[in-house]
Ligand binder design. Sequence first.
Ligand code: ZN
Length: 511
Amino acid sequence: MSTSSAPFFQNLYFDENYYLTEKAKALNANGEGEWTAATTAQAIADAHMTPWEHFSRFGAFEQNANGAIGINPSPFFSVSDYLSSVAYVNYSSLTAAINEVREAGDPITHYATKGYIKNCTVSSVEEGDMVVFPTRHDLNKTFYFNEGQYLENKAAALSSINFQGQSWTAESTAKALANAGMTAWEHFVRFGAFEQDAFGDIGIDPSQYFDISRYYSDKADLIGSSVEDVIEAFHAAHLDPISHYTHYGFLEQLTPRATGLDPIYMQNESNVPPRSGDALIDSLLIREDTWASMNRIAGDDNIVHYHFLSKEEIATEVPIDYPNETPMTEAQIRGFEQAFEVLAKMTGISFEETSRTDNAQIICMNANLGISSGITYTGFGTKEDAVIVALDNTGSSKDANANPVFGTPGFETICHELGHALGLEHPFAKQMDADHMEHTNIPKSIETKAMTIMSYEEGNSTSASDGTIVAPWCENGTFYYSPQDILALQYLYGTDGINGSEGVTYDDVLA
Ligand SMILES: [Zn+2]
């Protein structure tokens, strides 16, 4: 799959009003008159630039009102901190860092294409400020709708039918929508989601992370109806696929699929999956050579076998060294089966129970894990091609884990641990030594369970009308894989499972 997180981060971290206000403040601090966001916007427009173009060509490298380098594009991206971070990881001067960032375009694009690989740090302007997704819809809209990519896709569709006898660009399309009094999102919801794209499929894709026509056909498969009927029903109900996914689809276990899932062949003996080039994916990939990746250890029949250890097996095989090791209960087995069902729909992998340990790739049990709700290990005794998943049966997660019904915190733990089993890492980097991080991280401002179930952070930034803090993805009943998880799992496995025509394929599986 070839995607880049640059459009996502440009969209997330460039807030036009914030930027114009900051630029006006910088001009005023410089004694250049009385500037407001509006007069600054006019001056930039008079110079035939968009605010984004102004930021990437000038503002990112200009002095701000505080005298530091860089007019900040949003409260969640401190340019001067970022430039310092680039200099720090490169052991270079600030000037050299600025030159490197300029070459990539601007600081946001540099982070998404180059900086994240070196663990350059994105910090908020006010330390600790988090991006707020008040509702699941806000999250999904931010993740799956990218205005720039949507306009490009719509322009390609218009050009493909030679609409009004001209060729269309994102800019001319944006202008046409503005003349019609619509935002790009409004156009998508009312029209684009039901229009033919440049390839003849129904639905102008809202971003690289959401293939609309695949969503329609997945929904048709789910309910045993025709694609045409699904599209008609969505249209009649005024439901675009992103909104449908938010309100219904995620509970029906439908998953958005990225466009352009391509096969990736491993060329070496290493167990480490190749980088995707997309920070949202790469920050979730386990990169340990010793990890028992399902792509490598499962057979080429696309079946991952799981096994629940019996009391006798636990007594004789001592798989891990924790107290109070017990078998899974019936309720827990049902929780695992539901999670496997979800993962099967998401990745196309078949999960089947086996009664033996020797042909199992995922082996499950309980133990007293103290403060951890679950753990995942690679290796079962001398058997290296297996992963052990254990749930806590004694500590603070005891009650939640006893009844892991779909969407509950116990179910979340199972999803999180199975995420590890399938090759997902936590999104926060652990310090290896003073200068090196163990793996790629994502910016703290978005590192929450809203983005990935592999995070420990609840995303506690949302105030309900009565002032209580809520995070919709952490309410009981809705614990589930988040957009970043789906993206990373589909990078590893595609949607057609192990050794399919999408996802990562290892040489020794092919052989
Ligand atoms: Zn974990």
